[in-house]
Design a protein around this ligand. Structure first.
Ligand code: C2E
Ligand code: MG
Ligand code: MG
Length: 737
């Protein structure tokens, strides 16, 4: 628009010159001829009109030009970027208000000092000036990022793009610039970089199967000195070959299904050759403008190892190496679920007179006998099914796709195998089996019924003189075996006042102080004598009697706690064992709440011990445990390691403590594994923020080992056997003195 205006000016100047020239001609040549004079006058008049017309157009154009300049100024002034332009010829500086906003100085200060922009550059970034001068000299536009210091002390990052203009002779005539505030972007970048660099997780950007970026934790995991050793290298060199194809499939699937992210496990090969299990999450992202994948991973090798140990502990019997009860149940359930019409048989086998061997020759001899028995059973069953150890001297065998004939052949083979004595050193032992058999489908539809009926049939085998096998039949249910007699007696035990509770102290290992007591039920029957809870609790659970019994225990314990408190034991907690069967009752949490209120028991003083079998009905257990947790009571997992607990499930339950099962504490001083399982449980438990209690401590070496491995609490005969409520009072009082 500026150039159009100047054209008009030139034209007007030419016309004025023409008029003047005309007059000069007229005067010089004294043109008297009237016709010539007239024509010159006409030309002059026309010229004047044209001149006036042109002047009108010129004014109009000026006005428009001003308007558009104003518009342009408004745009400049309202822009959020900072602009400046320095006309070096006229030494005129133009800057917009964005500069004021960015620098925090007033515009007039820039007009007063053309070098102000240089003076506010952060001292650490002054070297950009040299770089800029070099490029500008070469006639190139230059973009630099640097920090400036505002008068209020703020430091801001800016991006400064300068464009030099040179005239034909190569002189710099104008220099303009555009500046952006990069502070937020830079701070955001720094924040993210910090997170990525400090993260303990593996974080990498991968493009075309190569590392574009990897953080320190990532390079450490792989085992190289610095991330730069990996950038540009193929990731396939560090992934286990067996995983490569699977990962390719996963990534292709992500592309095909347009999945944003995916999570999977893989094995990374450390530079020293070790394989590490890593849990990896992958998502697509744009990295430096190109599509890449962001991979975030965590080393789960230790967790996997612990899982494996737990799995082994959970599904296999440590003594015989046979599958245990859990594995048996799982296997039987699978067979029942996927059954396509084949018959199954469950054999419940109990060793006759085994208790005598144990009592007379000791547990270690008993253990050796059991190992030999396990071997004999496996050989007798061969490939016909699965042999498992239930616990003690009980074994469960599942025969797949069987017939009565096959069942009898195998049962007979077992009995024949046991007709030979077992030799241990110089001793000769005769052990015989009593076998009860239940058949699927006729004797039960689910595993619980099949096992229970095989168990009942086993009692018939015992009744019929032992060393034989018997099939289950419904009339057996009426048979009065010991179990059945106990069941009848147990129904009346509460009202007959045959149940009592004793208490076993729990010790804080570091101070050796009694911090809690575990309530343990005792049943003293007038005819059968003292019956172990190991025998009667399963009967109570099976029959549902555990519900009223459990309620009674909780009330008695709360009442006792109140009495202790009144007698001065103010900081003693009580632990009560709770069966899964109780938790399944709809109003269990309400029951606990009512009892707490009735006896004014501080919920913090109450601990509920639950076994890992709560995992069987994880949904309901989660609800009830959360209700209990909300009451404020402590929840501990009893006999940890005996059942199978998926670590990931445990993590999601509101559990405070785990009690390491006695068998692993025994291992500390009596097994070749030297307590490695106990240690694994302690480490894993601590990782998951659980407090650890060790049960069944009998020896000082066990205490030392547990303390060395940071187990917090202990319980066992080493400290105290279960004692009466009165004895608790005197023991603790003595401790206080
Ligand atoms: P638990 O809850 O694991 O209790 C620990 C058991 O180990 C107790 O056996 C205790 O006397 C025994 N014990 C403690 N320290 C040692 C030791 O150093 N060496 C040895 N050899 N044993 C030790 P108890 O009293 O026979 O109880 C057995 C199980 O019966 C308990 O195991 C618990 O599961 C169950 N039980 C006992 N009372 C109740 C109850 O009121 N309700 C429910 N649901 N179950 C109960
Ligand atoms: Mg317990
Ligand atoms: Mg226990």
């Amino acid at each position: 628009m500026f150039s159009t205006g100047s054209k008009w000016l030139k034209l007007i100047s030419v016309l004025i010159c023409l008029i003047v020239f005309n007059q000069v001609l007229l005067t010089i040549f004294q043109m008297n001829h009237i016709f010539l004079q007239l024509s010159y006058v006409m030309i002059n008049i026309c010229t004047v009109f044209v001149l006036i017309g042109l002047l009108i157009i010129l004014r109009k154009t000026r006005k428009e030009l001003n308007k558009s300049n104003q518009k342009l100024n408004n745009i400049f002034n309202s822009l959020d970027v900072a602009l400046w332009s320095h006309d070096l010829k006229s030494d005129h500086l133009f800057i917009n208000p964005g500069i004021e906003k960015l620098y925090g100085y007033q515009l007039k200060e820039f007009y007063q000092d053309y070098d102000l922009w240089k003076k506010v550059i952060h001292p650490d970034d002054l070297d950009v000036l040299t770089e800029r001068a070099k490029l500008i000299k070469q006639g190139q536009p230059v973009t630099s990022n640097y920090r400036i210091m505002r008068p209020d002390g703020d430091v801001r990052w800016i991006q400064d793009t300068g464009i030099p203009t040179y005239d034909d002779r190569g002189n710099l005539i104008d220099f303009s610039g555009v500046l952006f505030d990069l502070t937020e972007q830079k701070e955001g970048e720094a924040r993210y970089r910090g997170i990525v660099e400090l993260s303990p997780d593996f974080i990498a950007v991968i493009r075309d199967w190569k590392f574009d970026f990897i953080n320190d934790a990532g390079s450490k995991l792989i085992g190289v000195e610095s991330p730069s050793d990996l950038v540009g290298k193929s990731i396939l060199g560090y992934v286990s070959t067996s995983d490569v194809r699977r990962i390719r499939d996963i990534l292709h699937e992500m592309d095909d299904k347009e999945l944003e992210k995916n999570r999977f496990e893989l094995q990374i090969v450390h530079v020293d050759g070790r394989k590490l299990d890593v849990e990896m999450s992958v998502m697509k992202l744009l990295y430096e403008g190109k599509v890449a994948r962001l991979a975030v991973g965590r080393d789960i090798t230790e967790r996997k190892k612990a899982d494996e140990i737990i799995h082994q502990m959970a599904y296999y019997d440590a003594l015989t190496g046979l599958p245990n009860r859990n594995m048996f149940k799982k296997h039987l359930n699978n067979r029942l679920l996927n059954n396509t019409g084949e018959n199954l048989a469950v054999l419940f086998l109990d060793l006759d007179r085994f208790k005598v061997i144990n009592d007379t020759k000791g547990h270690s001899t008993g253990d050796l006998v059991l190992q030999i028995v396990a071997k004999q059973l496996t050989e007798a069953v061969q490939n016909a099914g699965l042999v498992s150890r239930q616990g003690g001297d009980e074994f469960l065998i599942l025969l797949d796709d069987t017939t009565n004939e096959k069942v009898e052949t195998i049962s007979q083979r077992i009995i024949t195998a046991f007709s030979q004595p077992i030799y241990i050193e110089d001793d000769e032992f005769f052990v015989t089996p009593s076998i009860g058999i239940s058949l699927f489908p006729e004797d039960g539809q689910d595993q619980e019924m099949l096992i229970k009926n095989a168990d009942t049939a086993m009692y018939l085998a015992k009744d019929r003189g032992k060393n034989n096998y018997q099939y289950y039949n419904p009339s057996l249910n009426k048979l009065s075996t010991r179990k059945m007699k106990l069941e009848v007696a147990l129904r009346k035990a509460i009202e007959k006042d045959e149940l009592t509770i004793c208490y076993q102290p729990q010790i804080e290992l570091s101070t050796r102080k009694i911090v809690a007591v575990e309530a343990l039920l005792r049943w003293n029957h007038p005819k059968y004598g003292g019956i172990s809870p190991v025998e009667f609790i399963p009967i109570a659970e099976e029959t549902g009697l555990i519900v009223p019994i459990g309620r009674w225990v909780l009330q008695k314990v709360s009442e006792q706690h109140k009495q202790w408190k009144e007698a001065g034991l103010t900081s003693l907690r009580v632990a009560v064992n709770v069966s899964v069967r109780q938790i399944q009752e709809n109003d269990f949490a309400d029951d606990v709440k009512r009892t707490i209120q009735e006896y004014k028991l501080n919920p913090l003083d109450l601990e509920l011990e639950i076994t890992e079998s709560i995992m069987q009905n994880i949904e309901n257990s989660t609800i009830v445990l959360n209700e209990l947790k909300n009451l404020g009571v402590t929840i501990s997992i009893d006999d940890f390691g005996k059942g199978y607990s998926s670590l990931s499930y445990l993590k999601h339950l509101p559990i405070d403590k785990i009690k390491i099962d006695k068998s692993f504490v025994d291992d500390i001083s009596h097994s070749s594994n030297n307590g490695s399982i106990a240690k694994a449980i302690i480490d894993m438990g601590h990782n998951m923020n659980f407090t650890i209690v060790a049960e069944g401590i009998e020896e000082v070496q066990q205490v030392e080992f547990l303390m060395k491995n940071f187990c917090e609490y202990g319980q066992g005969y080493y400290f105290s056997k279960p004692v009466s409520a009165d004895e608790v009072l005197s023991i603790v009082e003595k401790e206080i003195e």
